[in-house]
Ligand binder design. Structure first.
Ligand SMILES: *[C@@H]1O[C@H](CO)[C@@H](O)[C@H](O)[C@H]1NC(C)=O
Length: 206
């Protein structure tokens, strides 16, 4: 009898303890969840703020780099009515009318374009030799011929030639229009007026 009573008391006490523990545990769990959620929200906000700060810093760096790279280079030069007498092979064509020269790449007195920055450039030239004469010109990069333009003679008329080149230049590279290095030159040759032009621009800086 005593034994059974003792067992019942023991079981009762055990049940009470289990109830207390589980009850307590349940309460703490809810609290923990709220704390955890708050912490998660806080972590998330912090993460976003951190990301935004980083993005701002990166945007500022990109803007700085763009400003550094952004360089306008473009020019168009032509001959005026006085023009230029062409007397020999590999003679530099010097255009004496500067229509546009942003970035200062074209040098009027040497007739040379000097790349102010590294990048991909586009050049175009048009030649309108003296009527009745034939002529051949090349566009050169650092004195190396890239491509040519040839005009055959037409009696009393102009026969034009032109060409365009896309090249990758380093800073300081030279680009010129020259008479052909091996073709004969007509002593009557004179380049005049804006039919003789040389233009170029920076397509992509690097
Ligand atoms: C113009 O020059 C080119 C190149 O020499 C020649 O092929 C063409 O026949 C010339 N045009 C005329 C109308 O003579």
């Amino acid at each position: 009898m005593m034994k059974t009573f003792g067992r019942i008391v023991t079981i009762f006490c055990f049940a009470c303890v289990v109830c207390m523990v589980s009850g307590n545990h349940g309460g703490r769990s809810d609290e923990t969840k709220v704390v955890q959620r708050k912490r998660r929200d806080y972590d998330y906000d912090y993460h976003l703020l951190h990301m935004m700060t980083n993005l701002q810093r990166q945007i500022r760096a990109v803007e700085k780099e763009m400003k550094k790279r952004h360089k306008e280079v473009a020019f168009t030069v032509v001959h005026d009515g006085t023009g230029q007498r062409i007397t020999h092979q590999s003679q530099v064509v010097k255009y004496n009318q500067v229509k546009f020269n942003i970035g200062g790449g074209y040098h009027k007195y040497s007739g040379c374009f000097v790349a102010p920055v590294k990048g991909t450039y586009v050049f175009f030239f048009s030649l309108e030799p003296y009527p009745g004469t034939k002529s051949s010109f090349v566009i050169t990069v650092n004195d190396r011929g890239m491509l040519e333009g040839v005009s055959g003679a037409i009696h009393d008329e102009y026969n034009m030639s032109s060409n365009m080149v896309v090249v990758s230049l380093r800073k300081g590279d030279h680009v010129n229009v020259k008479t052909h290095p091996t073709w004969s030159v007509d002593p009557r040759q004179r380049l005049r007026y804006s039919g003789n032009s040389f233009s170029g621009f920076l397509l992509y800086p690097r």
